[in-house]
Write a protein that binds this ligand. Sequence first.
Ligand code: SF4
Length: 684
Amino acid sequence: MIDQRFDSTVTTTCGYCGVGCRLEAHTRDGRVVAISPALDGPANEGHTCLKGRFAHQFGRHRQRLTTPLIREGDGFREATWDEALRRIVSELERVKSAHGPDAIAGLASSRATNEDCFAMQRLMRAAIGTNNIDNCSRVCHSPTSYAMRRSLGMSGATGSFADIDHADAAIIIGANPTEAHPVAGARIKQAALRGMKLVTIDPRRIELADYGVLHLSPRAGTNAAVMLGLQHVVARDGFVDHDFVDRRTEGYDELAELIAQYTPDEVQRITGVPAADIEAAAHIYAEAGEACVIWGLGVTEHKYGSEVVRLICNLALMTGKVGRPGSALLPMRGQNNVQGSSDVGALPDTYSGYRRVGDEEVARSFEAKWGVPLSREKGYTIPQMLDAAVDGQLKAMYIFGEDPAQTDPDTHHVVAALESLDFLVCQDIFQTETTKYADVILPAATFLEKEGTFINAERRIQLVEPVVAPPGEARTDLEILTTVSRALGHEMGYTCAEDVMDEIAALTPDFAGVTYERLGRSGLQWPVAPDGTDAPILYEEEFTLPGGKARFAPLPYLPPGSEASDEFPLVLVTGRRLMHYNAGTMTRRTANLDLFPSDVLEIHPDDAERLWISDGDLVSVRSPVGRIEIEAQVTDSIERGHVFTAFHFPEVRTNVLIGQSADVNTSCPEYKVMAVDVRPVQEE
Ligand code: SF4
């Protein structure tokens, strides 16, 4: 039925979080005026949250970039596309000829489409000649990807959100879906209300704890000990599924030896969680017929984040709770396309489908398609790019849809890196903290203004449709990237986003059967076979590691990179707010700002009283690398000894406080544990 209030209605996919809600975007007079949920959206089933439903006004905000800008003195002047392109080409060619292609690096965006990210990595690899390409999943879920590939075989959830509906129990560790993935959070609540036994594990008492049967509040940075303790109890009390372990896994004996030492009492000593609660949580999970483990950045953004993901895999493997309905491992990917941006190869070490750049056969298949020689050497990760810029090895960057000056750790170091570059191109929809350091800024399109696909947290590839045209001279990311590549002498030959997906499918076995026609309204969950059959559940018969067996990881607890001390007695944990999304670039330009206009530092009443801090006081937060001022909010939702805030506001600059400690395997920053000193501002 046609709704007379609107000129058109287009079904697309939400551009905010990794749930991947399908939305109906309604227009009037060339503007998006309303958004409602698509009733047949497989991930949202007729629901949305206040971000997806209401936070679309940013698209027509007066601060949108609508023309290219070129630096002039301390500011910028408007330029034509031709002038901006000439400048980009001449500067990139100058750097390449003086310092080689590896003196240039690019950042793709986990907010952009798969087609945009694929074009960006092709721009860097084929037009520039370097593997210096990374994306912002580096600083959130790279540990998940790393660990799941090594334990199970593939870099993605083992099941679907629908598994939550079939689970008898679930553990949520280091995730706050109510705020960061609200529609999935609501699904978890509904399942708990229907009787699913929910265990929450987090230093904050997240809202979902009120729906659960047990909340564990470990000291920040001790997740590994909690997981090892759960495994100890599972083994000790006879819950190991030996048939599954024998047939489908390797390495259990070594794990059994390790977990023997992680008794509940020992885990209590390390984590502060009562031994009885470790026992109870293990029994709830192990005794359930079907059970899920759901995690987020509270697991990954740690020095040993990737190792904790492997320990989560251990728990599922030893109980045989993987590869069947209701028993899934579900990492809650943060941004809308964290999964896809890496799946399609916007990474320094892998092409699409996580195939190594040094793999001769794979590299040759890309060379044959693109008609240029490609480097076999790994490129820089984001942290390596920033270090190389400060050291003078990296001279130019092309950053698209990312704002590292606000989102990446150790802001002073990021700014020093950006200031060290000879040349910086930014491609975005608004001026950001990062564009302040740009030489050229290119105006791009929002997710409501372009075509392509996103991949949600359950590996579901879904169509993104243009609802309105970009404003002014803004262009889609794909149009910009192909134009820049052409100007650099490498013609990509795409006429539309579908051409890009066809190329991804031709080059990537996991996407072999993907076509826009097959994606339709419900999408497909990769791997997609050539005949179009997809995979809502992975590993039903075998794992995708050599021999078809999963691998246990016997990894001990090791302390975090930052610990409370006399000088820095509290531990800062950072996270997200319901009303805002990531850097806040979009949600701060919508009515969501009225709902949550500035950030606060959550502090436990006992800590606040000891430090003479009252609710609403302006406090100073100091870490070894930086200092900010922020309003205090006294609340017992945070564990004693910890404080919490988010990083959505450039005025607060939370990431000034975060240091260089990072995951030992993937360089994902340790945003979740930073020792700080907090005191009222007037005391300083
Ligand atoms: Fe968008 Fe996520 Fe909200 Fe769904 S839950 S509407 S995907 S922000």
